[in-house]
Design a protein around this ligand. Structure first.
Ligand code: SF4
Ligand code: SF4
Ligand code: SF4
Length: 273
């Protein structure tokens, strides 16, 4: 049995309640034998990363709450029991045995461990093991989320939510137990307009191709098109509208999201603008 977190990225609106709740639970409170108090500055056992895709004015933002992954094969584990894995899968830094062990703070490939200079102690998310031991079903960060964006429980009870979810840095081989659902893909967007009339062009047909796969969108009432949730890749785009020459973009690299900006179409018979 292993405890797991499943985070629905689409449901998270970046309210920071989870981060604040973790602070409220752990700052100034020793929860021995699992943790000494989290300092009020410098540590975020739940950290909220804001991810902005695209460039103004076409920007999409999502948030990624990040905590210790309570990995299956934790890189932070030690032979002497100063970092150990509980039967329920939670990974704990023993605050007594780990005292003075700064090397532990360097072990996590996810940056989930912090060094507390004052206590001379490596610290991180405990999975709120002290609450679970006392009959609570949810850690504070999970319980505090107003949008139910974080689920927590035994992994086998969360299989429906975990299906299709991703983990961060799978290449570490750590086997992280924090799963992310509905992580937005990349987008390619732009605004199509007629430079002669200085008007946007509505209903222009935009065809995007990558590896034999085709996506089709039409520009909306603002002349905008958005291709959303795209995998990372190299794309070709053709934009067509009646009375205008087609506009072709080859080899668009969607490593991150792309805002192609304002795209003028030339009238048929005129030179491409
Ligand atoms: S409390 Fe929920 S909605 Fe708010 S930032 Fe955390 S995960 Fe997102
Ligand atoms: S995320 Fe880092 S600190 Fe947490 S169990 Fe995995 S390796 Fe250890
Ligand atoms: S499980 Fe507890 S310790 Fe870990 S991030 Fe959530 S509130 Fe903080």
């Amino acid at each position: 049995m292993a405890k797991a977190f499943v985070i629905d990225v689409a449901a998270c609106n970046g309210c920071y309640n989870c981060q604040i709740a973790c602070k409220d639970e752990h700052v100034g409170n020793d929860w021995l034998p699992y943790a000494k108090a989290q300092p009020d500055i410098g540590q975020f056992w739940t950290r909220l990363d804001e991810v902005a895709e695209g460039t103004a004015p076409k920007v999409k933002i999502h948030w990624m709450p990040k905590m210790c992954n309570h990995c299956d094969h934790p890189a932070c584990l030690t032979d002497d029991g100063s970092v150990y894995k509980r039967e329920d899968g939670l990974v704990i830094i023993d605050p007594e045995k780990a005292a003075g062990r700064k090397d532990i703070a360097e072990r996590c490939p996810y940056g989930a461990i912090y060094w507390n200079e004052e206590l001379s102690l490596a610290q991180k998310c405990t999975g709120c093991a002290h609450l679970l031991d006392n009959g609570y079903e949810k850690p504070r960060c999970v319980e505090s989320c107003p949008h139910d964006a974080i689920s927590f429980g035994d992994e086998e009870d969360l299989t429906d939510l975990i299906e299709g979810a991703i983990v961060l840095k799978p290449e570490t081989g750590c086997g992280p137990k924090v799963f992310y659902r509905n992580v937005p893909g990349k987008f390619i967007a732009g605004t199509v307009y007629d430079p002669v009339e200085e008007e946007i062009i509505e209903d222009a047909v935009c065809r995007l191709v990558n590896g034999g796969k085709l996506w089709i969108e039409k520009t909306d009432g603002y002349g905008d098109f958005w291709f959303k949730d795209l995998p990372v890749g190299i794309y070709d785009l053709v934009i067509e509208a009646p009375g205008f020459e087609p506009k072709v973009f080859n080899g668009l690299r969607a490593k991150g999201s792309l805002n192609l900006g304002d795209i003028p179409l030339s009238r048929k018979g005129e030179q491409d603008g």
